[in-house]
Write a protein that binds this ligand. Structure first.
Ligand code: C2O
Ligand code: CU
Length: 460
């Protein structure tokens, strides 16, 4: 059983087996304050407003914040709870909130297809139930590249009834921030940046650079990792340790999978167990390994993401292998409706313009794909460009069926999938009765801004 402490440092929570670790504050995420005494309702105030973001001690930049901090407050709830968010926009420009990964009704989705942006000074009440346990996040769906880079994002944890036993849990939100010559967050860049996406800034974890994640030898920690960066891909490795993946975007896997590396594309989540196998008093470093995402974009030298510091305390006895699992039935594709989703780009250096396209057009001019409630959709996402595009579908989880015709062996529910340059990825999903216009798009935010976005219209 995990016991969640109260107080001001909820990002790393520690069970009685170890006692609270004061060093945990290094990764602290403020927790949203629940105003509703009903245990099944989480009701919070969220305000988008300008503020200061302290990237590291003494290094502050002007930022857009939720409730004054970056990331915004951690929203925690249990499966089946109702979440009520009283949102007020105190920015000088319109914004919305999209609940990335949550299966909400279409009119709560915060996308430009489902909601009028909330004007400066305006407010909106988001209200929906939380049907699935897992790790999710929230962010604006207006001027995405600029507003998210400026600090508007936060994490959501929805807990189920049958969570694995761990000693500590950390919510780890990855991001990078590009500063200009004036030391402030740089305005949108040139053609090269638009093309590759902004991914060379200062590395931050939960909004802070150069942080430390505390561990105790023998502990089992659960890391809920969110990639909130504009374009940075993370190929994470913790030398000397392995990741036991228990969940992805849409919650638990069928059985845990042990991996040495995790590839996290923008928008992605991973839920992993990390057993602290190194000796007391030692240090390890969570690294981002080189990954080329085509066209000269990507990370070409390993970089440090966060230091992991082992306490001097004697090792705890290790826990037995996790048994957590969940049945995921493969989507039956017989009689499914096939669709093609072609990703392409057009660069015109003469006019300094760039267009990213889906099925030959840029949003909002891409014809919506039709779908009906209960109909199995099988999409071939065909990347006609040389670079990776992480594709995110709103509202519904899908299964990855095959990559370049090779069936995918591991089964999971996803809302974001990387499609490599020239690759063809087949996904399947079945819309439930939440009719409406649902977006799908590349989660490289500069590509969103330049048209790589489209809609699926779900009707009865
Ligand atoms: Cu996280 Cu439409 O996005
Ligand atoms: Cu893209």
């Amino acid at each position: 059983m995990v016991v969640f402490g109260c107080g001001s440092d909820p990002a790393v929570v520690t069970a009685p087996r170890t006692g609270p670790d004061p060093a945990a504050t290094a990764l602290a995420l403020p927790r949203a304050v629940d105003l509703n005494p009903d245990p099944r309702v989480v009701e919070i105030n969220l305000e988008a407003r300008m503020g200061e973001w302290e990237l590291s001690p003494g290094r502050r930049v002007r930022a857009m914040t939720y409730n004054g901090g970056v990331p915004g407050p951690l929203i925690e709830a249990r499966v089946g709870d109702t979440l009520v968010v009283h949102f007020t926009n105190r920015l000088a420009e319109p914004t919305t909130i999209h609940w990335h990964g949550l299966r909400v009704p279409a009119d709560m989705d915060g996308s430009p297809r489902s909601q009028q942006p909330v004007a400066p000074g305006g407010s909106f009440e988001y209200r929906f139930t939380l049907p699935d346990a897992g790790t999710y996040w929230y962010h604006p769906h207006a001027a995405e590249a600029r507003q998210m880079e400026a600090g508007l994002y936060g994490a959501i944890v929805v807990r189920g009834d049958d969570e694995p036993r761990v000693d500590a849990e950390a919510v780890i939100v990855l991001d990078d921030v590009t500063l200009g010559d004036d030391g402030q967050i740089a305005p949108p860049g040139d053609l090269l940046e638009i093309h590759g996406g902004r991914d060379t800034g200062i590395q931050v974890i939960n909004g802070r650079a150069n942080t430390v994640l505390p561990m105790r030898a023998g502990q089992r920690q659960r890391w809920r990792i969110v990639n909130a960066g504009s374009a940075r891909f993370y190929r994470l490795s913790l030398p000397g340790h392995r990741f036991t993946v228990i969940g992805t975007d849409g919650g638990m896997l069928t059985t845990p999978r042990t991996l040495d590396e995790l590839l996290m594309v923008p928008g992605d989540r991973y839920d992993v167990l990390v057993d602290a196998v190194a000796p007391p008093g030692t240090r390890a470093t969570l690294r981002n390994l080189p990954y080329s995402r085509g066209h000269g974009a990507g990370v070409f030298e390993a970089e440090d993401v966060v230091a992991v510091a082992y306490a001097a305390d004697a090792p705890l006895p290790s826990l037995p292998s996790p048994t957590t699992s969940r049945a995921i039935e493969a989507i039956d594709a017989t009689g499914a409706t096939p669709r093609e989703v072609r990703l392409s780009e057009q660069v015109d250096e003469a006019t300094e313009t760039i267009r990213f396209m889906i099925n030959g057009a840029s949003w909002p001019d891409v014809p919506a794909l039709p779908a009906t409630v209960g109909q199995t959709q099988v999409w071939d996402v065909i990347n006609e460009s040389e670079m990776d595009h992480p594709i995110h579908l709103h509202g519904f989880f899908f299964q990855v069926v095959a990559r370049d015709g090779v069936p995918e062996t591991a089964r999971s529910w996803e809302d974001t999938v990387n499609v490599r340059g020239r690759e063809r990825v087949r996904i399947a999903f079945r819309p439930d009765d939440r009719v409406g216009m649902w977006m799908f798009h590349c989660h490289i935010l500069e590509h969103v801004d330049h048209g790589m976005m489209a809609d699926v219209m779900v009707e009865r």
